[in-house]
Design a protein around this ligand. Sequence first.
Ligand SMILES: Cc1cc2nc3c(=O)[nH]c(=O)nc-3n(C[C@H](O)[C@H](O)[C@H](O)COP(=O)(O)O)c2cc1C
Length: 119
Amino acid sequence: MANILTAFFSMTGETYAGGGVVNLDKGYTHIAAEYIQEAVGGGLFHIEQVREYSADHFKMIEEAKAELQGDERPELKAYPESIDGYDTVILAFPNWWNRLLQGCFGTGKALGGHLGTGI
Ligand SMILES: Cc1cc2nc3c(=O)[nH]c(=O)nc-3n(C[C@H](O)[C@H](O)[C@H](O)COP(=O)(O)O)c2cc1C
């Protein structure tokens, strides 16, 4: 069986879902990534940026937009020690303007995909 790493980015706190702002202890993509990892085995890696977004959802949106417009590569709190032992990296991330999140660049090897959406 393939050795798979499921790497994910997910927000906690205020986010937008189901037509309104909600407050989450654990983000939707985090939950989905846990399901995926349980199904396929292998490792689970939480992608977390050093510079955290503002707790206020609408401020956070502006910060994320600035990262996108500046084509930034935000520093991460930690990186997988190595992905050499994995055949596949599944990258799970929320849908932010139908783009790969800036904090997710450089994490993947071969990409399976999971894209969470607020709709
Ligand atoms: C900065 C930002 C941009 C977003 N852009 C979109 C979008 O373009 N389309 C969409 O359907 N949802 C969008 N959403 C909603 C997220 O995709 C949705 O809240 C997602 O489920 C969050 O996953 P998470 O709980 O794992 O962070 C956006 C959310 C944020 C915070």
